[in-house]
Design a protein around this ligand. Structure first.
Ligand SMILES: [Zn+2]
Length: 113
């Protein structure tokens, strides 16, 4: 004898499992929008500055990262210019000179989030 869940109960179980995932995804989507409004180019290639002042471009997708350790607004990751590990923070494009921006775009770390 097999017992099947009625369709409605199966639906509730599925949506209960999906809810926390949707909340997390929604949170990061919102955080990305807020950061973009504040002038940060989040969710793609972002200019970041390491603790030693090196500027480079990295892929910064809030909530998705395999190459760095996230620490709130900063991340611990490898600096491709100084070839060292450092805390890096996003820099608003508007805060950089054209030359700084061009240099930053010429130096890109690994092309994975
Ligand atoms: Zn550096």
């Amino acid at each position: 004898m097999t017992k099947c869940l009625p369709g409605r109960a199966a639906q509730v179980l599925t949506s209960r499992r999906a809810a926390p995932v949707l909340i997390v995804v929604g949170f990061y989507a919102l955080a990305t929008l807020v950061a973009r409004r504040r002038g940060y180019n989040m969710g793609g290639n972002v200019v970041v500055r390491c603790r030693e002042g090196h500027l480079f471009t990295t892929i910064w997708v809030p909530g998705a990262s395999v190459k760095s350790l996230k620490l709130g607004w900063a991340r611990l990751q490898r600096c491709p210019i100084g070839r060292h590990w450092s805390l890096v923070t996003p820099v608003r494009d508007s805060k950089l000179t054209d030359e700084e921006l061009r240099n930053a775009h010429e130096h890109h770390d690994l092309r994975i989030p």
